[in-house]
Design a protein around this ligand. Structure first.
Ligand code: FMN
Ligand code: SF4
Ligand code: SF4
Length: 259
């Protein structure tokens, strides 16, 4: 049985989940969505999609990947989506996208993890981060256990009404989640030109020009550049001098190569 787990992640939450699941599935291969979207791997018997929730929906890069993903109608497909407050009907939207391609989503789980969307404010304080990640680890272990039987029809999301709410939310935020929303990024005077923001970006949106990062309008809004800058020098708009966060078991090196 072949298994492929596709992951997309900004602050490392979803990558940490994907890794824990891959350890429990025999011969599971971990593949970054940012790489697979341009170079679709062959279909697998078991396919996992692990990513964050963005505005109650899947990230745009994941949507583009799903539209081309190689899978057979016999493939077992599951998703685990990480979120900070509410996942809304994100798994239902993802399921609809698969169904448009004649595929199905057989199971969906959600894992609550620390917030990483700076326009909404600071990431939680370190003690709170530990508490949230502790509960998340228990939940991921439970998911890994349940996955052993490849359950079908198991969705951790209530009612189709969520699909309608989520579609409205998703469409309302489309502008803010667009590639060009990166024009609000800037590096402040603490930037030392190390280039790590460009390295961690999954889609090559950042170019170093005269020792400073420039954002080039290909952004996927993952906020990796924001959270991983060692100098906390990346700012978004006017009000993002807030606490940064990344998952404690993930490092910048884990993000490469993605593109
Ligand atoms: C652009 C964006 C939109 C988000 N939208 C939501 C949301 O609708 N609901 C929610 O609970 N969390 C939302 N979040 C928070 C993330 O889903 C959450 O922190 C996730 O665990 C981040 O995972 P990652 O580190 O793998 O990127 C959003 C984060 C970003 C960056
Ligand atoms: S990671 Fe931070 S310090 Fe390094 S180049 Fe980017 S903005 Fe500057
Ligand atoms: S520019 Fe920053 S927020 Fe946009 S995709 Fe790259 S790392 Fe993510």
């Amino acid at each position: 049985m072949s298994a492929k787990i596709y992951w997309f992640s900004g602050s490392g939450n979803s990558l940490a989940v994907a890794r824990m699941l891959a350890e429990k599935l025999p011969d599971a291969e971990l593949i970054p969505v940012a790489e697979a979207v341009n170079n679709q791997p062959e279909a697998a018997d078991v396919i996992g999609i692990v990513c964050p929730v963005y505005a109650w929906g899947p990230p745009a890069l994941v949507v583009r990947f799903i539209r081309k993903m190689k899978a057979s109608p016999d493939s077992y497909i599951f998703t685990v989506m990480t979120f900070a407050g509410s996942q809304g009907g994100a798994p239902l939207l993802l399921r609809g996208m698969l169904q448009d391609r004649g595929l199905d989503l057989h199971a969906a789980w959600g894992v609550k993890m620390p917030e990483n969307f700076p326009p909404l404010g600071s990431a939680p304080a370190p003690k709170k981060q530990n508490e949230i990640n502790g509960s998340a680890d228990e939940k991921i272990a439970q998911i890994a256990e349940e996955l052993q039987t490849l359950p079908r029809g198991s969705y951790e999301v209530s009612g189709g009404i969520w699909k309608i709410f989520s579609k409205i939310m998703y469409l309302s935020f489309r502008y803010f989640l667009s590639h060009r929303a990166d024009r609000f990024f800037r590096a402040d005077s603490n930037c030392n030109g190390c280039g790590l923001c460009a390295e961690v970006c999954p889609v090559g949106d950042i170019e170093m020009v005269d020792g400073k990062p420039e954002w080039k309008g290909r952004c996927e809004q993952c906020y990796a550049c924001f959270h991983w800058c060692p100098q906390n020098a990346v700012q978004y708009g006017r009000s993002t001098k807030v606490r940064r966060y990344h998952h404690p078991r993930v490092s910048i090196a884990d993000f490469q190569p993605q593109k």
